[in-house]
Design a binder for this molecule. Structure first.
Ligand code: R1P
Ligand code: URA
Length: 294
């Protein structure tokens, strides 16, 4: 039996942070960072059956073209991914009344629709990218031994950094997800790559405003020049490694689709971020349901 201090429930039996009850969430879940993006997604549903809001976690469940979908905001960062993924998994795979892990586990499908900064000069602003893998530079995954790592990619990264004579500020590992079986080829000009997940937006991504970033520019250059077959580090954001690691550990499928709003090599930012995010939502829903145009 899982004690009350570990699996915390509200008086109505819902989960402590997400305020959700079993049955309220679909097996296909879209995660977004920005709570306002939840309604932007669910506005496209044919009907919405549930709206719940708790802190930065806004959840809408509904249906589009006969497919039940949930969209939930995680807020920013992998610390929130820890909460969202554990509590969503508990909704399906723990008997909350008996506080016991169920015998039959449900495998969920996650699709992150988020924004990101391009890490390579040839990836244009306002284009879309599928994360084939994620490089964790945040700090969550060491707490989850079951998150695993892609040993070959992680070893080639370590070798590359050693060759360049640079060191990372935290231990680095690359995780590869079980991608959902979706028709990725239908998304026009979709780039693929390894997504770097950082512990913050400013110094941890190499940005300096009034405070100089302690991220070694030589490390950034070395990360940018890593090549492993077709793969390279393409973009930087704040959730994907947590999503991929926790989804793997819990037995779920996950994919992270990013709109590249900043180009960190050119120092530029999208002139149409809102329109680009709307297009990203259309693409995500097209992938999951076939609804709309790619
Ligand atoms: C930073 O501005 C936020 O934007 C990105 C980052 O991962 C971080 O959460 O994603 P979202 O647009 O989904 O929030
Ligand atoms: N989100 C990030 O985390 N970084 C960027 O540069 C853009 C969006």
């Amino acid at each position: 039996m899982i004690p009350a201090s570990e699996l915390i429930l509200r008086p109505d039996g819902s989960l402590y942070h997400l305020a959700l009850l079993p049955g309220q969430v679909a097996e296909t879940i879209i995660t977004v960072g920005d709570p306002e993006r939840v309604a932007q997604v669910s506005r496209r549903f044919d009907r919405v059956e549930l709206r719940v809001e708790a802190r930065e976690f806004v959840t809408h469940t509904g249906e589009l073209d006969g497919r039940r979908l949930t969209v939930i905001s995680t807020g920013i960062g992998t610390d929130n991914i820890d909460i969202v993924f554990n509590e969503l998994d508990a909704l399906f795979n723990i008997d909350l009344a008996r506080r016991e892990i169920k015998d039959r586990l449900t495998s969920l499908t996650f699709l992150r629709l988020g924004t990101s900064g391009s890490f390579q000069p040839d990836l244009p602003l306002d284009s879309f990218l599928l994360s084939q893998a994620a490089l964790a530079m945040d700090g969550l995954l060491p707490f989850y031994p079951a998150a695993g790592a892609d040993d070959s990619l992680t070893t080639s990264l370590a070798g590359h950094l050693a060759e360049q004579g640079v060191q990372a500020p935290v231990p680095l590992r690359i995780v590869r997800p079980q991608l959902p079986d979706l028709n990725w080829a239908a998304v026009p000009a979709l780039a693929h790559g390894i997504t770097l997940t950082a512990a913050g937006f400013y110094a941890p991504q190499g940005r300096s405003l009034r405070l100089a970033s302690g991220l070694d520019p030589a490390l950034l250059l070395a990360l940018r020049s890593l090549r492993s077959g077709e793969l390279r580090i393409t973009n930087i954001e704040m959730e994907t490694a947590g999503i991929y690691g926790l989804a793997n550990a819990l037995g779920h499928r996950s994919a992270s689709l990013s709109a590249l709003l900043a180009n960190r090599t050119a120092g530029t930012f999208s002139r149409q971020p809102a329109a680009t995010v709307e297009r990203l939502i259309d693409q995500g829903l097209f992938l999951l349901t076939g609804h709309g145009v790619a």
